[in-house]
Design a protein around this ligand. Structure first.
Ligand code: UD1
Length: 362
């Protein structure tokens, strides 16, 4: 079997790591195509190095741009790549512009497409990622769902016949890296002279939080007035928007810091008093690490984290302050994201679906 993975943005490299390992272990030929959506070394190369992923076979070098320009450049470049490699499966990941471009290119070339992390929904049509997910799910031949809730959404949309529940591959990596860094001191704690458990770890990068100057200023001020140092791991997008809008990302308790490599991020989250974020991945990682999370969004795709009490949604400064200072949630041994072996299941499902011919249309 030959699988061609298309990735381009930071969270996709994390998901690629366990898939690549499982593919190699199963003797599957795995071609990696990097669109170049993310190109800063700390958003890209460092993940390949730290998570043991082979260098991309193809790099499209697309870079940044408006949604149309970026997605269109990927579409234009991918046809020739798929034509050259003619894989059994094109595997696309998550909800970025790289995801929808690869799904659209492959489906029009009649190459079977599988969508990893299918079925997540925020039901917020202002989010570019929501369109990327919905369009990709409806284009793809095989939908690899991370959770029962995601299976439910796909069923509601008439896609049950193409859906397989495999678990969450980010959990595979997280559990392994957690065990690797547990007990070792966090480099961030040492660098900034922080106390263990004496700071919050924050990330903000979504358009709805960064692109409106008043909203970004409100969030920065809210984080700056919290009761412990808040280390903001600043994505280039928030750095660029803050500079353009004259918003200080270091003010009061808030301290801007460059993004971290994945193992250092996990170590820093583990040592923190709590996470404050608008990232989907980090909400789930905080839950798996049993670190309380406050999410600066109006909804989440990872509803299990909220239902189990480890995540709260917060919009205003008051809600953010209340979120980070709430009591420790009740312990739970619930495992809605699987057992850490989702990637093996993905490879097995792809192999079985290939052997059994085209996946049934609904
Ligand atoms: C993208 C994904 C988002 C994901 C996030 C993870 C889409 C629509 N969004 O958002 O779902 O959560 O990745 O980080 O695909 N930039 C750099 N260097 C880089 C990459 C980006 O400086 O290596 C800056 C540029 O100013 C760029 C901006 O960040 O215009 C936004 O980058 P882009 O890739 O368009 O989206 P993200 O915000 O990273």
């Amino acid at each position: 079997m030959k699988i061609l993975s298309v990735v381009g943005a930071r969270p996709q490299f994390v998901k690629l790591a366990p898939i690549h390992r499982a593919a190699v272990a199963a003797g599957v030929e795995h071609v990696i195509v990097h669109t170049g959506q993310h190109y800063d070394p700390m958003l890209s190369d460092v993940f390949f190095d730290d998570l043991g992923i082979a260098a991309p076979d193809v790099h499209l070098g697309v870079g940044s741009g408006s949604h149309g320009v970026q997605t269109g450049a990927m579409l234009g470049a991918l046809d020739a790549v798929f034509d050259e490699h003619r894989p059994d499966w094109v595997l696309v990941y998550g909800d970025t512009n790289s995801t929808v471009a690869a799904a659209l290119s492959a489906v029009k070339m009649h190459i079977p497409v599988a969508h990893l992390e299918a079925g997540l929904r925020s039901f917020n049509r202002r989010m570019p990622e929501e369109h990327n997910r919905v369009l990709t799910d409806h284009a793809a031949d095989l939908l690899l769902a991370p959770t029962e809730v995601a299976v439910g959404h796909l069923t509601d949309e008439g896609l049950a016949a193409r859906t397989e529940l495999v678990g969450d591959v980010m959990t595979d990596v997280l559990l392994e890296v957690r065990d690797r860094v547990a007990g070792a001191p966090s480099a961030l704690v040492a660098e900034l002279g922080l106390d263990e458990g004496g700071y919050y770890l924050a990330t903000i990068h979504r358009a709805e939080n960064t692109d409106d100057p008043a909203r970004l200023a409100e969030i920065a001020a809210a984080l700056g007035s919290l009761d412990k140092p808040v280390i903001l791991l600043a994505h280039p997008r928030v750095v660029a928007r803050a500079a353009a809008q004259g918003v200080a990302l270091t003010q009061g308790a808030l301290i801007a810091h460059a993004p971290l490599a994945y193992p250092e991020l996990i170590a820093a989250a583990l040592s923190s008093a709590g996470v404050v974020t608008d990232s989907g991945g980090l909400q789930k990682e905080a839950f798996l690490l049993r670190v309380p999370c406050t999410t600066i969004r109006t909804e989440t795709e990872w509803v299990e984290t909220v239902q189990l009490g480890w995540n709260v949604l917060a919009g205003t400064a008051e809600e953010i302050a209340a979120g980070v200072s709430r009591g420790r949630p009740d312990d739970t041994d619930a495992a809605p994201y699987g057992d850490g072996r989702a990637a093996e299941r993905v490879i097995a499902v792809l192999d079985a679906a290939r052997a059994n011919g085209p996946v049934a249309a609904p």
